[in-house]
Design a protein around this ligand. Structure first.
Ligand SMILES: Cc1cc2nc3c(=O)[nH]c(=O)nc-3n(C[C@H](O)[C@H](O)[C@H](O)COP(=O)(O)OP(=O)(O)OC[C@H]3O[C@@H](n4cnc5c(N)ncnc54)[C@H](O)[C@@H]3O)c2cc1C
Length: 478
């Protein structure tokens, strides 16, 4: 192989454009709550976001999953719930609706997510800077801590300094550039494929659901009984495999997914389609991402033709828009002080340093084929604080889908309510660290847990009971 052509960039002075107590990088579900939580302590908090809006994947037409547990109880409250409550004021979020496959679905209106997210951040005094990509880090002389990050934007190349940095990029961009060990994908490096979500209007969702409920032999869904569709007018359809097979045979359509996935929107007649799929994409590589956008966009016409001609209720539907970007399910995961694994999830494990409770099943869109692996544990599992802390870098916390977890565990903890709960914990931990002038790893876990509980978050005791600040200190087997 030829040696790649390289250039040495001349050293240059960079202007420090801002200095914060806590810097949050990435304004997705995790970054939003991390910044809000840190700002509640009166700290100087900055949020850098490469796009022109906050919300991350919550703006691409997806329902928020993870609020309800496998036993039907709500397992995430605190700031994530406050965010949903604010959306509800604008009729921009549904109730947490039980769903046999997804446990609970919470529909949100993407544009309102951007507006309300920004409103809450600015009200909290967070200094939000858009159009700013974090491209590097500046380390302390001994390499143990991050002094600041290097940003690239229309303003040029700058430095932002912070006492504690929270990496909520989803890709562990900050951690990776700081030299934190990271992993990608399964044992073969295969990552869950991305999807370009798209939206259709003028869908008769009443006809869709009643057809599934009544003609249950024709319209078969995965894991969701047909009766469910008779009782619910906001829902996710997963399945209709026979119809896809028929469309492939009769019309020679290229459909990259073995399952039809339809998510009702909050607006009448609007649905979001989660069916494009580009295997082999690496969301940390610009060319691969570009290829993903090209291939996914090409897939849309055949999927629309399939829906309009085979799925009841879509007869008069029309394509309206794609999501603002290709949705990336999986990239880097940090190697932290504890790596969550499949047994932790399936064993409903308790952790002494639990900072959030999750219940979403392992849900892996398989990297190598068109299928999906789903495994339920029957209850809840904890997320330990140590999984948010990189093994070596001292003033960095990671929250969201890139925490320390195996490919399998990440397939469970990646949903948005869980990411928001992790973000809140990261922000509150950063608040304690800065206020007490200690490292995030030195934060007293009981103080952090009590602070979370004081602010309405959900943590559980050994019998699954909801803890209060007074009952926080239950003994939990290691
Ligand atoms: C197609 C698809 C379907 C899914 N379905 C569901 C579902 O139905 N329900 C559900 O709850 N979850 C679903 N998920 C999972 C969920 O959306 C993500 O795992 C979750 O959004 C991760 O949250 P996050 O905050 O970690 O990252 P993200 O939502 O990815 O947010 C990261 C933010 O950081 C910004 N950023 C990234 N790098 C930089 C940088 N270097 N500098 C500055 N800013 C940066 C990004 O612009 C983005 O705003 C799905 C994911 C995909 C892709």
């Amino acid at each position: 192989m030829d040696t790649p052509l390289t250039f040495t960039e001349p050293a240059r002075e960079l202007e420090v454009s801002a200095e914060y107590d806590v810097l949050v990088v990435g304004g997705g579900p995790a970054g939003l709550t991390a910044a809000l939580a840190a700002a509640e302590d009166g700290l100087k908090v900055g949020l850098l976001e490469s796009r022109s809006f906050v919300g991350g994947n919550m703006t691409i037409g997806l329902p928020v999953l993870g609020f309800l547990g496998q036993k039907g109880n709500q397992v995430i409250y605190g700031l994530p719930q406050k965010f949903i409550d604010r959306l509800k004021v604008r009729d921009a979020a549904s109730e947490h609706r039980p769903c046999p496959l997804h446990m609970g679905i919470t529909l949100v209106e993407p544009e309102a997510v951007k507006t309300v997210g920004l409103e809450m951040l600015t009200e909290a005094g967070v200094d939000v800077v858009f159009y700013t990509f974090v491209a590097g880090v500046i380390m302390s002389d001994d390499g143990s801590a991050i002094r600041g990050v290097i940003t690239e934007s229309k303003s040029g190349r700058n430095v932002v300094i912070a006492k504690v940095v929270i990496d909520c990029t989803g890709d562990a961009d900050v951690a990776y550039r700081a030299g934190v060990a990271t992993e990608k994908g399964n044992e073969h490096g295969g990552m869950q494929p991305p999807t370009l979500m798209f939206c259709l209007s003028n869908v008769d969702t009443e006809k869709l659901r009643t057809s599934i409920a009544v003609e249950k032999r024709t319209y078969l869904t995965d894991f969701i009984p047909a009766e469910y569709f008779g009782q619910n007018n906001q829902f996710i359809v997963v399945g209709l495999r026979e119809l896809i097979a028929k469309a492939r045979t009769e019309r020679n359509l290229e459909i990259p997914n073995e399952r039809t996935i339809i998510i009702t929107g909050l607006k009448k007649g609007e649905v979001w389609i989660n069916m494009t799929r580009v295997t082999g994409t690496d969301g940390t590589d610009a060319r691969s991402l570009t290829n993903g956008e090209i291939v996914a966009r090409r897939q849309i016409d055949d999927i629309v033709e399939y829906l309009v001609n085979y799925v009841p209720g879509f007869e008069d539907a029309h394509f309206t828009k794609t999501a603002p970007f290709l949705g990336i399910r999986e990239t880097r995961r940090i190697v932290g002080r504890y790596t969550m694994n499949e047994q932790d999830v399936l064993g409903c494990r308790h952790f002494e340093d639990a900072i959030a409770v999750a219940s979403y099943p392992i849900d892996i869109h398989r990297p190598g084929d068109e299928g999906c692996t789903l495994i339920w544990c029957g209850d809840c599992y904890d997320i330990p604080y140590r999984s948010l802390l990189p093994a070596h870098i001292e003033n960095l916390i990671v929250a969201g889908r890139s925490i320390s977890a195996t490919h399998e565990a990440m397939g469970a903890i990646r949903v948005m309510a869980t990411c928001m709960a992790m973000g809140e914990a990261a922000g509150r931990a950063a608040g304690i660290a800065v206020t007490q002038d200690i490292l995030p790893s030195e934060v007293d876990i009981h103080a952090l847990r009590r602070k979370l509980l004081d602010n309405g978050a959900y943590l559980r005791g050994l019998e699954g009971e909801r803890l209060t600040p007074e009952t926080e200190d239950v003994s939990v087997p290691a």
